[in-house]
Design a protein around this ligand. Structure first.
Ligand SMILES: C[S@@+](CC[C@H](N)C(=O)[O-])C[C@H]1O[C@@H](n2cnc3c(N)ncnc32)[C@H](O)[C@@H]1O
Length: 225
């Protein structure tokens, strides 16, 4: 069960103030907060309403590690299969065509409309796994299980590329209740070690500080041992 601490606190505060009941541990409340969390994630990340409120990639391509630089890195690696986890508008498809599968639970531009935990086959088969801004939502257990799943899907010797949010809430209306997980360098090293990966690199994603809108992100590159 994914816990969104922002929603859970708000609901239990409301119930306490209104009914004078402490419901913070009630399982139905926990289910309700997950229902709301999923609806809000869907609202924020679905490409169904193009009214400017759903999330769109606005990060400058030429000055971030997960833009042009990653594209060139991937061309050099020349992988035969790439899994783009949380592909959003599936923008990497134009470069790799059928070699790339974009999955996303909310964005209809994905090749397959599923979340990472619903991809239960193809373990150890992908040359490259990209998780660019997609393993960022929810509590620590959720994040840990999603990271573990990404590693499981990668083949030994394969590469994983991450763009990770250090816990910054986007400054848009629909992002207010999204529970952005606070990634740190320490956690990146711990998870990589625990899941049998070598960390090749950790740095900031955006190299030009002047054009960071929602604060910078952590970039990391792993090899599965
Ligand atoms: C910040 S956007 C990044 C989109 C894209 N990777 C990019 O860099 O432009 C985060 C994406 O992760 C997706 N996402 C959220 N939860 C996910 C999950 N459990 N599994 C896979 N993708 C997820 C969202 O739907 C959204 O498209």
């Amino acid at each position: 069960m994914r816990i969104n601490k922002k929603i859970l606190k708000d609901l239990s505060d409301y119930i306490k103030n209104t009914y004078k009941i402490d419901a913070s541990d009630a399982s139905s409340l926990i289910e309700l907060q997950q229902y709301i969390d999923t609806k809000l994630l869907s609202k924020y990340f679905s490409a169904t309403e193009d009214d400017g409120t759903y999330w769109k990639n606005q990060l400058a391509w030429n000055t971030r590690r997960t833009g042009q630089e990653l594209l060139e890195k991937l061309y050099k690696l020349d992988p035969s299969s790439i899994l783009d986890v949380g592909c959003g508008d599936n923008e990497w498809k134009q470069y790799f065509g059928d070699k790339l599968l974009g999955i996303d639970p909310y964005n209809k531009n994905a090749d397959t409309l599923i979340g990472i935990m619903d991809l239960t086959h193809g373990y150890g088969t992908w040359d490259v796994i990209m998780c660019l801004g997609s393993i960022n939502f929810g509590d620590e257990l959720t994040i840990k299980l999603q990271t573990e799943r990404a590693v499981k899907l990668c083949k030994p010797g394969g590469k994983l590329f991450f763009r990770l949010n250090p816990g910054i809430t986007h400054d848009t209306e629909h992002a207010q209740w999204i529970d952005f997980f606070p990634w740190s360098e320490e956690l990146i090293y711990n998870y990589a070690k625990e899941f049998g990966c070598e960390v090749n690199e950790i740095s900031w994603d955006q190299t030009d500080q002047r054009i960071v809108r929602w604060g910078n992100r952590l970039y990391s590159e792993w090899t599965k041992l």
